[in-house]
Design a protein around this ligand. Structure first.
Ligand SMILES: Nc1nc2c(ncn2[C@@H]2O[C@H](COP(=O)(O)OP(=O)(O)OP(=O)(O)O)[C@@H](O)[C@H]2O)c(=O)[nH]1
Ligand SMILES: [Mg+2]
Length: 314
């Protein structure tokens, strides 16, 4: 594991790919790897891209990656899809727009096979890309479900993508995603109605409770490569604002605290269960629950009580 961490820090892409598999799998190897990378990174700007299915997020991410690379950034892309991984075909087509080589890394994360859940796997992967020296990390997720909002909390800057003529969706939009957007993009602005959608969004933002950062509304055509310079500028402006407002460092602290909470819960559970199994209390409770002799909550209470007196009253 020490060798893997060293190779990752030295910029070895295969080591990075392998490391992501390690954190996806979870367990002791994950913990060891992350421990070794502690203190490395902290520089990357994490940009989340979210929005309705088919809004053109992947196309936009590809175009944005190209523009960011032209601006000298090293770009890591994580496509986070709860159901299915990034299709090979889409990736191949998008590569043309993104360019290839040193300054670009792409990986898709799907929920299947993730020991600690998709949002933890994503958080870990972001840390790995950060430690590996990527200056911008782009996360693409679909929709505004709870899981996606959780993943978007990993981002310094959240870009919400919509398309012209989403009149009926504006309500749904308002409900979940309005509050988390730092930048709003009307993609497919080569299609009719983009100006109207942009105006509606601007109006909605003006009516929303005031925020210290006023989200811009930007029209893009990912397909034609239009509006990308404005988007790159808005992303840079937001990063600068976060730093100047003292919010950049606070976010890193918050993420570290969340990881501590998760690690504590996971380790605590594992150790308690091992202790209960060693004493036989676990097996006894399981059997009693199966026979219907004990209510499951009462059984849990009893098994915990048998592990240590200190736990019974909490
Ligand atoms: N006209 C037009 N079509 C676009 C634009 N951007 C993307 N598309 C098309 O919209 C379709 C969906 O694009 P994707 O990039 O796969 O959209 P997505 O939001 O990533 O889709 P999911 O990941 O499935 O939610 C594709 O056919 C794209 O070619 C654009 O700017 N203009
Ligand atoms: Mg996509």
């Amino acid at each position: 594991m020490s060798e893997l961490a060293e190779r990752l820090l030295a910029g070895d892409r295969r080591a990075l790919a392998r490391a992501i598999t390690v954190v996806e799998t979870g367990g002791a190897e994950r913990a060891d790897l992350l421990r070794r990378l502690h203190g490395h990174g902290g520089q990357a700007h994490v940009v989340g891209i979210t929005g309705a299915p088919g809004a053109g997020k992947s196309t936009l991410v590809a175009a944005l990656a190209g523009a960011l690379r032209d601006a000298g950034e090293r770009v890591g892309i994580l496509a986070v899809d709860p159901s299915s991984p990034f299709s090979g075909g889409a990736l191949l087509g998008d590569r043309v727009r993104m360019g290839t080589g040193e300054g670009l890394f792409i990986r898709s994360l799907a929920s299947r096979g993730h020991a600690g859940g998709l949002s933890r796997a994503t958080a870990d992967a972001v840390r790995l890309l950060d430690a590996a020296g990527f200056s911008v990390i782009v996360l693409e997720t679909v929709g505004a479900g709870q899981g996606e909002v959780e993943i978007m909390r990993l981002a310094h800057t959240t870009v919400v993508v919509t398309v012209p003529g989403l009149g009926d969706d504006v309500q749904a939009f308002k409900a979940g995603i309005m509050e988390i957007g730092d930048i709003f993009v009307v993609n497919k602005s080569d299609l009719p109605g983009a100006n109207i959608t942009a105006r509606d969004l601007t109006t909605m933002l003006m009516l929303a409770p005031p925020r210290p950062w006023s989200p811009p509304v930007i029209q893009t055509s990912a397909l034609k490569g239009e509006g990308l310079a404005q988007l790159v500028k808005a992303i840079g402006d937001h990063a600068r604002w976060l730093r100047e407002a003292g919010r950049w460092a606070g976010r890193a602290a918050e993420l570290a605290q969340r990881r501590f909470e998760e690690a504590f819960a996971e380790m605590g559970l594992r150790r308690l269960r091992a202790a209960a199994e060693a004493s036989g209390a676990w097996q006894a409770a399981m059997a009693a629950v199966a026979r219907g002799e004990l209510d499951p909550d009462a059984a849990a209470e009893q098994a915990l009580g048998s592990v240590s007196g200190a736990w019974t009253s909490v």
